[in-house]
Ligand binder design. Structure first.
Ligand code: G3P
Length: 217
């Protein structure tokens, strides 16, 4: 499973890109608004940091206007994916994008049937929202597992991005059920890197070394 970072914060993207762990970036209107900066400017900076798929989301709700926005978004950089919501208009825009050779990430997916619709409309990626599902009485990971099974059984080549990841457990479970990608917030990436036993073990190694050799390398 590949890792994308789910943020529009350029410093956080740079920090994680320098570790070599992320191969793409997802943004949404809320994440862009949180940074309070111009959409195109932020996206351009991100494309200079990460050489992989970068999702930028449309804000129109009408299919033709979504398609117009999609064309503008892809003009920013060759790595741009257009994020479209799973609505009837979003599906129609997905089809138009597919016909125009524009790659899409269909977002706000909460069921396996919605994912199937997106795949049939020609989506390059679908983004089931694990965290938001699990915030309710549903099991977000089970939805990802169902989508994976359906796509495999029916030979659909749409890729699954496990999105709205809230904690390291959801990240690990996404990998176990076969999501192609997980898009992960900065704080969950940080939490997934560290382990108290790693810190404790490293301290013991260095203390033992220093006791015998002092600061000799
Ligand atoms: O990628 C979708 C994601 O940004 C939504 O996350 O935490 O707002 O549910 P969240």
């Amino acid at each position: 499973m590949k890792l994308f970072i789910d943020t529009a914060n350029v410093e956080h993207i740079k920090e994680m890109a320098d570790l070599g762990i992320i191969s793409g970036v997802t943004t949404n209107p809320s994440l862009i608004a949180k940074e309070g900066r111009d959409f195109k400017e932020v996206i351009k900076e991100i494309t200079a940091i990460v050489d992989g798929p970068i999702s930028g989301e449309v804000i129109s709700t009408d299919a033709d206007k979504m398609f117009e926005e999609a064309k503008e978004i892809t003009k920013i950089h060759k790595n741009m994916l257009v994020k479209l919501p799973l609505t009837e208009a979003g599906l129609k825009a997905t089809k138009l994008c597919k016909e125009a050779g524009i790659k899409t990430n269909v977002t706000l997916v909460f069921s396996s049937n919605q994912a199937l619709m997106a795949a049939r409309a020609g989506a390059t990626y679908v983004s089931p929202f694990v965290g938001r599902l699990s915030d309710t009485l549903h099991d977000g990971i089970e939805v990802v597992a169902d989508i994976k099974r359906i796509f495999d059984v029916h030979n659909l080549d749409t890729k699954i991005i496990s999105a709205s990841i809230r904690n390291p457990k959801q990240l690990s479970e996404s990998a176990l059920v076969g999501a192609d990608i997980a898009t992960v917030p900065y704080d969950v990436l940080k939490k997934s890197i560290t382990h108290p036993l790693t810190d404790k073990g490293l301290k013991a190694f260095l203390d033992d070394w220093n006791k015998t050799f002092g600061d000799k390398k």
